[in-house]
Ligand binder design. Structure first.
Ligand code: HEC
Length: 152
C-alpha cells in the first residue's frame, strides 16, 4: 500500500462521537415534541400564564390610595416621571411654561389640590387637555404633589 492510496471502505467509519451526538439530538427532539405539543402532553403556555397571573394578583401589594400625596417623596418622584412624559412638552421641563402656562407662578384656576386635580383631570378652556382617560386618579394626585414642589 502506498501513501497516496485511499483507506479501504471498511476502515472509513463514522466517528463514535458523531453517532452519539446524532442519537442525543434525535432523543432530545422526540422528547421535546412529546412534552411540548399541547395535543399530546396537554402542556399549554396559556395555563402557565393564567397561573402566574393568579399568583401575581394574590401577592401584589394593594396600593394605599391617599387623598393627597403632598410631601411623599416616592409619590413626588413618580409624579415627576409622569410630568416629564406627559406635561413637559407644553409646560416646560421646569414648569416655567411654553405652549402651556407657567406652573411656577400663580395659578389662574387655583392651587388647592382639588383645583389642580380638576385642571389636570378635566382640562381647562385655554388649551389644557383633560387627562382623565390617560391617567388614573392616583397618578393625577401624585402629579399634583409634584407640581407643589415646582413652586417651592
Ligand atoms: C397640549 C399642551 C398641554 C399639555 C400636554 C399639558 N398642558 Fe397643562 N395647560 C396647557 C395650557 C395651554 C394651559 C392654560 C389653560 C388656561 O389658561 O386656560 C394649561 C393649564 C394647566 C394648569 C392650570 C394652571 C393654572 O394657572 O391654573 C395645570 C395645573 C396644568 N396645566 C397641569 C398640567 C399637567 C400636570 C399636565 C400633564 C399631565 C399638563 N398640564 C399637560 C397646556 C398643556
Amino acid at each position: 500500500m502506498n501513501e497516496h492510496e485511499y483507506p479501504a471502505e471498511d476502515k472509513n467509519k463514522v466517528p463514535k462521537g458523531m453517532i452519539a451526538f446524532f442519537l442525543f439530538v434525535a432523543v432530545f427532539l422526540v422528547a421535546y415534541i412529546l412534552l411540548y405539543t399541547p395535543a399530546i402532553s396537554n402542556w399549554s403556555y396559556y395555563k402557565i400564564y393564567e397561573e402566574s397571573m393568579k399568583n401575581a394578583q394574590a401577592t401584589a401589594p394593594i396600593e394605599e390610595v391617599k387623598e393627597s400625596y403632598s410631601g411623599d417623596d416616592w409619590a413626588i418622584a413618580e409624579g415627576a416621571e409622569i410630568y416629564a412624559s406627559s406635561c413637559a412638552v407644553c409646560h416646560g421641563a421646569d414648569g416655567a411654561g411654553g405652549i402651556g402656562s407657567s406652573l411656577i407662578s400663580e395659578f389662574r384656576y387655583g392651587d388647592s389640590s382639588e383645583e389642580i386635580y380638576i385642571s389636570i383631570a378635566d382640562g381647562r378652556d385655554g388649551g389644557m387637555p383633560g387627562f382623565r382617560q390617560q391617567l388614573s386618579d392616583v397618578k393625577i394626585r401624585k402629579l399634583a404633589a409634584f407640581l407643589e414642589t415646582l413652586r417651592d
